[in-house]
Write a protein that binds this ligand. Structure first.
Ligand code: 5AD
Ligand code: SF4
Length: 441
């Protein structure tokens, strides 16, 4: 009987894509996936440490998964990802049940680490710096669940120094993946039936600057769009400072680039933005948004907002609400400020009490709720292009618009993986319903 692995992933899309790569590596080693950790020979947790909550979740999961060893003493427990990178041996001391530990720096070493652990050693490979041979990881295929939409990591790490953020510590400095390696993977994915390519990086708009022959991110968009079979392109996450005019022009110019952009603002207050070291003002940010709206018609925008950054006053928070009112985001991801060990903001005076964060967050969500239902309503009666990703048991299909909205589609035939025209009949903030009109391609 083959060996089985169980994988649990926390955190962002990049971590999710790392897990797809890890699954690909495990497949080449002869492991098969299982959804039941109790029958696994290898349990792997890909961790996140962006806020305190995901840290705690990992510890509680470890507490549960350790029971595997009672039934199967040879079973291995591996911890990967950002918490592993940040906490290192400290985490193994807290949870000695861990056999293997590595991070996004050295996923390609997983085969050796498994061998070491099987030989009875603690295989903890947490490096201070990304190793010189980390590009080897691209030689492994990914294992994906979504047949039609695929993530492609194009740049690792982050050179920005936002004072609240732990990521530069966990994912290192910016390393762009070479163009050829990206295009090779995109071609392979398209051959495999993929139609939508989602380019990923902590700071994706910085891609290309550190290459031997530097290239702008807009060039990457053009190159990916030229691969035959790529019908849609998305990218996450852009930084407002790096969203240069050439990128906005490329978004307007390339038909496959989707009508959606996630552009974290974090705060609307210039004073807080300076304390965060974001490198822009509210006016600069809004300037980018107005330019986008002018060039890319009907673009749907989403953002990240941190509520209760140290010293945030009612007036500062009011500026954030003002940005939300002006931009009218399709979606907002809001977080209470969470002090992360080793970051400057964690040490700042004027930490905001939790009740205040909770109360401000509630007001932000209330404002956003109204905006979202108004935007949703504006879809009713319109015709949208939808890429169908899934067939439901009740005969309906599910897919997304180019503005990244989920649509439940009535109407038959084999439309899986097709881009279809749909008339929207009903709209709620998180889902649209519609009738199939025709298959486009
Ligand atoms: N506290 C709260 N939110 C944070 N984020 C990053 N670091 C912190 C922190 N220390 C949020 C930011 C970022 C998103 C991924 O997580 O909004 O864009
Ligand atoms: Fe979490 Fe940030 Fe790491 Fe993503 S990069 S897994 S959000 S800590």
């Amino acid at each position: 009987m083959g060996r089985k692995y169980f994988i649990k992933t926390f955190g962002c899309q990049m971590n999710f894509n790392d897990s797809e790569r890890i699954r690909g590596i495990l497949k080449t080693l002869g492991y098969e996936p299982t959804d039941d950790w109790k029958e696994a020979d290898l349990i792997l947790i890909n961790t996140c440490t962006i806020r305190e909550k995901p840290d705690q979740k990992v510890l509680s999961h470890l507490g549960e998964y350790r029971k595997i060893k009672e039934k199967n003493p040879k079973a291995l427990i591996a911890v990967a990802g950002c918490l592993a990178q940040r906490a290192g041996w400290e985490l193994v001391k807290k949870a000695p049940v861990i056999d293997i530990m590595f991070s996004s720096f050295n996923m390609h070493q997983l085969p050796e680490l498994i061998n070491q652990a099987q030989a009875g050693y603690k295989a903890v490979a947490i490096l201070d710096e990304p190793p010189g041979d980390e590009d080897k990881v691209w030689e492994f295929p990914t294992e994906r669940d979504n047949k039609y939409c695929a993530y492609v990591t194009v740049i690792k790490g982050c050179d920005k120094r936002c004072t609240y953020c732990v990521v530069p510590r966990t994912r290192g400095r910016e390393r762009s993946r070479p163009l050829e390696s990206i295009i090779d993977e995109v071609k392979r994915l398209v051959d495999d039936g993929v139609r939508e390519i989602h380019l990923l990086g902590q700071n994706v708009t910085a891609w290309g600057k550190d290459l031997e022959k530097p290239l702008p991110f807009s060039e990457l968009l053009y190159q990916v769009s030229k691969v035959a079979g790529v019908e849609r392109i998305r990218f996450t996450t852009g930084h407002p400072r790096d969203l240069t005019d050439d990128i906005i022009d490329a978004m307007a110019d390339i038909p496959q680039v989707c009508n959606a952009l996630h552009l974290p603002v974090q705060s609307g207050s210039d004073r807080i933005l300076a304390l965060m070291d974001r490198g822009y003002t509210k006016e600069f940010y809004l300037g980018r948004i107005y330019r986008l709206r002018e060039k890319v018609k009907d673009i749907a925008l989403s953002t990240d907002i941190i509520v209760g950054f140290p010293t945030e006053t009612e007036e500062d928070f009011g500026e954030t609400l003002d940005v939300v009112r002006k931009v009218r985001y399709d979606q907002i991801f809001s977080f209470k400020f969470s002090p992360r060990p080793g970051t400057p903001a964690a040490e700042m005076d004027g930490q905001v009490p939790d009740e205040v964060k909770t109360e401000r967050m509630a007001r932000l969500l209330e404002l956003q709720k109204g905006i979202m239902s108004e935007i949703a309503r504006s879809y009713e009666g319109t015709v949208q292009e939808v890429l169908i990703e899934e067939a439901k048991d009740d005969g309906t299909f599910v897919g997304r618009t180019t503005t990244n909205r989920w649509v439940t589609v009535r109407g038959g035939g084999n439309i899986l993986g097709k881009i279809v025209k749909v008339r929207i009949t009903k709209a709620s903030p998180f889902n649209l319903d519609g009738d199939l009109l025709e298959v486009v391609r």
